[in-house]
Write a protein that binds this ligand. Structure first.
Ligand code: SAM
Ligand code: SF4
Length: 328
């Protein structure tokens, strides 16, 4: 059985972008209001007194857009400085990154994933739901800042959408040749975006690998991944290519993570709400952290049975929360 030691922590359900695949325009999103969010003290209590004692040692801050969280650098510092923390990482859209990249790094963040779905600023603007303000450049500066500050590995996440950015696969893959950048192609999932998904569908990782292999060849990477991505490399490239294939393959059996939403729900699976527990309400009601540990331990024991293999019967398609709400 996999050791579940990795917690993805959503710092907010809000975002400064509205990516078509994540927060489609027109979708009503009932944002959390501040009192509903776990505050910093509650979050740190849960990490220190509940998650670490039951074996979690690796944390990823995500959202929504985690850099919108006030005091995010201090939160990083607080988590990174815990002696049991073996790894702290972040997934961000990079828009607010450039000015605080150094501070985040100095606070202890060493690994970062930045979403970059296109190298074309117009396509990028269309994907992020922004009409003509040219935000690509600012994200690119965020990526450059992260690189010069020394984030390693620096990963770029690409959600591939047919007819939108799938013609850029080779250009995006080429980013790994000269620099030690790691591009992760993610299969598009129908979460909270039913209309776009039924219009566009998704591209299987195997097809992307074929396209890349036809151009440069592709070998399985010697650098092991520690997550759901299958890692490959263009021969001679400095960086790697990862393929996250949750639509075409089932990697539930090697799942090593749980998710904590910004309002304090612990979810054992991205797409299956079975078993989730409301840690924030319990904490506020005075339930002791040792009792909460017991609840989390119980969830860990049943986690192997909770997965999204039911997707064959259409579970994912009927899923209405967005990735930004779950904490992607
Ligand atoms: N705002 C940050 C960002 O975009 O990197 C972090 C949160 S976002 C929800 C985390 C990751 O989920 C991003 O890499 C994003 O591309 C991915 N994502 C969001 N919706 C998705 C979907 N429908 N299918 C596949 N990946 C998705
Ligand atoms: Fe925001 Fe990230 Fe979702 Fe895009 S994928 S809307 S950047 S949370």
């Amino acid at each position: 059985m996999n050791q579940v030691d990795y917690l993805r922590v959503s710092l907010t359900d809000r975002c400064n972008f509205r990516c078509q695949y994540c927060m489609p325009e027109g979708a009503e999103l009932n944002y959390l209001i501040k009192p509903q969010l776990l505050n910093d003290e509650e979050l740190l209590t849960l990490i220190k007194e509940v998650f670490i004692p039951v074996g979690f040692t690796r944390f990823r801050l995500t959202g929504g857009e985690p850099l919108l969280r006030p005091g995010v650098v201090d939160l990083v510092r607080a988590i990174a400085s815990l002696p049991q923390t073996q790894d702290i990482a972040m997934t961000t859209n990079g828009f607010l990154l450039a000015p605080i990249a150094q501070n985040l790094y100095d606070a202890g963040l060493k690994r970062i994933n930045i979403s970059l779905d296109s190298l074309d600023s117009q396509i990028f603007d269309a994907i992020i739901g922004n009409r003509g303000k040219g935000l690509w450049q600012q994200v690119w500066q965020g990526i450059q800042a992260a690189y010069s500050v020394g984030f390693d590995p620096l990963k770029l996440n690409v959600v591939v959408i047919p007819g939108v950015n799938d013609h850029e696969i080779l250009d995006l893959a080429a980013l790994t040749i000269e620099k030690q950048w790691h591009v992760r192609f993610i299969e598009f999932m129908p979460i909270g975006n039913g209309e776009l998904f039924s219009d566009r569908g998704w591209v299987a990782s195997a097809q992307l690998r074929q396209t890349i292999s036809d151009r440069w060849g592709l070998t399985e990477s010697q650098i092991p991944g520690n997550g759901p991505a299958d890692i490959f490399q263009i021969p001679g490239a400095k960086g790697t290519l990862g393929f996250i294939s949750q639509m075409s393959e089932c990697f539930c059996d090697r799942c090593n993570r749980m998710r904590l939403s910004a309002d304090g729900w612990l979810r054992p699976c991205l797409l299956n709400e079975t078993g989730q527990i409301d840690l924030k309400t319990s904490l506020r009601d005075g339930v002791s952290t040792s009792q909460l540990q017991e609840q989390v331990k119980q969830l860990l024991t049943i986690k192997p049975e909770i997965n999204f293999k039911q997707r064959d019967s259409g579970t994912i398609n009927s899923y209405s929360r967005t990735m930004s709400q779950i904490g992607g």
